[in-house]
Design a protein around this ligand. Structure first.
Ligand SMILES: Cc1ncc(COP(=O)(O)O)c(C=O)c1O
Length: 382
């Protein structure tokens, strides 16, 4: 006998981390208790083990844990010796940290537009923005799919690539017939373990991957005040260590990551099948080269703000990633960009709406979200 999930009138949050914790409580509690028993809280063997496992997952020779995805970008920029007078090309349709860190090392962010289908940087536009001052390019793998990184590499062969893979840990892209992982192909790849990421810590955390031993050594120094021997400093670095407690939580979660991301893909397929016939919304496009991990499931919607308000009234959580592209942020007014400079990013900012996609989401919850969106546009549920 097939069981049909009962209709739910419960609220559907955008993300339900408690639902995930309930499925792995025993492992998490034991891992946390083990760290407390050991009374070793900064770096140490658990962090090293996580570095080894993330390096393996990312097909990278080295991984360096740090305090956040933001710091991962900051350390990557510093490891490439980027600072005052340098330019770094990136996308304006991303979380603030991508460009904030460029500014914070003293360099100038140079924004180029996005592909309206994937929301990722247009490689040709990035290549066209190269000047004698360009010291790096930061493609961002938005919402769970890897940017066209091989095209960035091909069109900008002499420019180091920092791949902002905060949203794509474990995502894959087929390049010339070979499956490449997020972070693998770039000069440096950066991950975030912010709690809402597919692999989320119970606090802040980040990881940097690279194939270069020299860069890995500099990155290790940079995260501990510029030296590998306590109280001896080769360069001026930061305090950006990963807490052992966070490493323990992440290690407990890591065996589940592939299954969780597959569940997100299954949830995405279900939404896409159920919303594909609503002309007022566009479902996400996944580049056929990519295996997307759907950190977000992002629609483009007509009357987006009204839809968001309507869903909120129904107890359905949504979010707008991102409402104002970075080239138009007040803090970057000094760069001189104006509306119209990155039209696709500006259009996306007005239309995108992310809905719940987390792995523990039930079909009944998805049906509620689908029903509410269809009802808003005056369409029967199919
Ligand atoms: C694209 C992108 N870059 C960078 C970051 C910064 O990561 P964190 O919040 O761990 O500092 C995030 C996460 O929020 C992100 O989504």
């Amino acid at each position: 006998m097939t069981t049909v999930a009962p209709p739910t009138t419960q609220a559907v949050p955008l993300l339900d981390l408690k639902a995930q914790y309930d499925t792995i409580k025993g492992d998490i509690d034991a891992a946390v208790r083990q760290v407390i028993e050991s009374q070793t809280f900064i770096l140490g063997p658990l962090v090293e083990r996580l570095e080894k496992d993330i390096a393996e997952l990312s097909h990278s020779r080295y991984a360096v844990a740090c305090a956040s995805g933001t710091d991962a970008l900051l350390l990557a920029l510093r490891a490439l010796d980027i600072g005052r007078g340098d330019e770094v090309i990136t996308t304006p349709f991303t979380f603030f940290a991508t460009a904030g860190t460029i500014h914070n090392v003293g360099a100038t962010p140079v924004f180029v537009d996005i592909d309206p289908r994937t929301y990722n940087i247009v490689p040709e536009a990035a290549a066209a923005a190269v000047t004698s001052k360009t010291k790096a390019v930061i493609p961002v793998d938005l919402f769970g799919q890897i940017a066209a990184i091989e095209d960035v590499a091909r069109l900008m062969p002499n420019v180091p690539i920092i791949e902002d893979a905060a949203q794509t840990i474990g995502a894959e892209r087929r390049i010339d017939g070979v499956t490449r992982m997020a972070g693998e192909v770039a000069t440096i790849g950066t991950f975030s373990f912010y709690p809402s990421k597919n692999l989320g810590a119970y606090g802040d955390g980040g990881m940097i991957v690279t194939q270069s031993e020299q860069l890995a050594t500099v990155l290790r120094k940079l995260r501990t005040h510029g030296g590998l021997r306590t109280y001896y400093h080769d360069i001026v670095g930061f305090n950006s260590r990963l807490d052992t407690l966070q490493a323990a939580v992440l290690q407990a979660k890591l065996p589940h990551l592939a299954r969780w991301s597959a569940k997100r893909r299954a949830n995405a397929e279900y939404y896409t099948a159920a919303l594909g016939d609503v002309p007022e919304v566009a479902v996400p496009y996944v580049d056929p080269a990519n295996t997307c991990i759907f950190n977000q499931y992002t629609l483009r919607a007509e009357r987006r703000d009204e839809l968001q308000t309507y869903l909120k009234e129904q107890g359905i959580g949504t979010a707008i990633y991102y409402p104002l592209p970075l080239h138009l942020q007040p803090c970057f007014a000094y760069l001189g960009y104006t509306a119209g400079d990155c039209p696709e990013a500006e259009k996306a900012a007005k239309e995108v709406l992310s809905i719940a996609i987390f792995p523990e989401l039930t079909r009944a919850q998805q049906d509620r979200v689908i029903g509410a969106i269809r009802a808003f546009y005056g369409r029967q549920s199919s």
